[in-house]
Design a protein around this ligand. Structure first.
Ligand code: IPM
Ligand code: MG
Length: 370
């Protein structure tokens, strides 16, 4: 089945443009080999948009994203814009985009890639077969709550509020229960219900829904314990359901367990077009060194192919080829063993492209698509 899709690319800042190039290469290759029509359109966001247009989320960017079939984002932020106030920074472009596109679900799959087992900071017996999905609420909580600052009697005070409504919790929990049903049917809801009222409502709401998902084994964990358990025994988890803030923190911690934050993709869903982005930041110090790891970005493309376009054969093709490149020992600096040789991100992408060609030529031998 041939498809025609409009895809908006938002390269953003720092290494964002480099990893977006990798994503575009994979998408173009896929379109060419499978006779799909992917129209790729680039728009500015974040610091790049501040510099060019004076705002981190230009109207044309949001408009184009709303009309697209899928959106890919590289990364935003950087020291250059650090002195700007909250609300005017590159990050508010991304938050405005998530809000503006109605994206309330963010899924972050964290999985050991077999060839990279050795780079985990955990001992093999602790790492186990780590394969989890963090389902992070993306449109509420402290990120979007009431905030402000005042000065009284010469003392400055600032605040941000964590607040969730029952419907906001229900819609993200519905998604997480659904994911759990299709995986190992274990759902761990993370909160801080021993301290926060918003967490108490979170827990009550998740519990109230459990009857509908009777095949799913529901468990609750305080966020501090969840951080510890991720380090001690991460393979106990299957799907983790978290608020916006807790999910941001726990997903970086989980990423470290499989060796590098550069490996982790994400998919965001909501009322309109879905958005795909690696979870890493803009890493300004890597710019110009070609050492950014494109794997998180490439895996975000496989999520786009599979979950947004229903192209699972194509997604498998990219994924299997990627595993073989890694299996061949090719590594960007972040995933290399100390002293081992490394290749640049653009070279890695080129090797992947060649491997994808080989996979097509030897599909049967590789057990792909047959
Ligand atoms: C992430 C990032 C963003 C977030 C920043 C860049 C606003 O850390 O996607 O995890 O906090 O959500
Ligand atoms: Mg983050």
């Amino acid at each position: 089945m041939k498809v025609k899709k409009t895809i908006v690319l938002l390269p953003g800042d720092g290494i964002g443009p480099e990893v977006t190039r990798a994503a575009a290469t994979v998408l173009r290759e896929c379109a060419q080999e499978f006779h799909h029509e992917f129209d790729l359109h680039e728009f500015p966001i974040g610091g790049a948009a501040i510099d060019a247009i004076g705002t981190p989320l230009p109207n044309e960017t949001l408009d184009a994203c709303s009309k697209a079939d899928a959106v890919f984002l590289g990364a935003v932020g950087g020291a250059k814009w650090d002195s700007l106030p909250v609300g005017k920074r590159p990050e508010s472009g991304l938050l405005g985009l998530r809000k503006g596109m109605g994206l309330y679900v963010n899924v972050r799959p964290v999985k050991v890639l077999e060839p990279l087992r050795g780079i985990s900071p955990l001992k093999p017996e602790r790492l186990g077969d780590l394969d989890i999905e963090i389902v992070r609420e993306l449109a509420g909580g402290m990120y979007f709550g009431e905030r402000g600052n005042t000065t009284e009697n010469g003392v400055e005070r600032a605040w941000d509020t964590e607040s969730y409504s029952t419907p906001e919790i229900e819609r993200i929990a519905t998604f997480a229960y659904g994911r759990a049903e299709n995986r190992s049917r274990r759902l761990c809801s993370v909160d801080k219900a021993n301290v926060l009222m918003s967490s108490q409502l979170w827990r009550r709401t998740v519990v109230a829904m459990s009857g509908v998902y009777s095949s799913v084994k529901l468990e609750h964990m305080y966020v501090d314990n969840a951080a510890m358990q991720l380090t001690l025994k991460p393979s106990q988890f299957d799907v983790m359901l978290t608020s916006n803030m807790f999910g941001d923190i726990l997903s970086d911690a989980a990423a470290a367990l499989v060796g590098s934050i550069g490996l982790i993709p994400s998919a965001s869903f909501g009322t309109g077009a879905p958005l795909f982005e690696p979870i890493h930041g803009s890493a300004p110090s890597l710019v110009g060194t070609d050492s950014a790891n494109p794997v998180g970005s490439i895996l975000s493309v496989t999520l786009m192919l599979r979950d947004a376009f229903g192209l699972s054969l194509e997604a498998d093709w990219v994924e299997q080829s990627l595993h073989r490149v890694l299996g061949g020992g090719y590594r960007t600096a972040d995933i290399a063993q100390p002293g081992a040789s490394t290749i640049g991100g653009s070279v890695f992408t080129e090797m992947l492209r060649e491997e994808m060609q080989r996979t097509l030529e030897h599909a049967e031998r590789y057990g792909w698509g047959v």
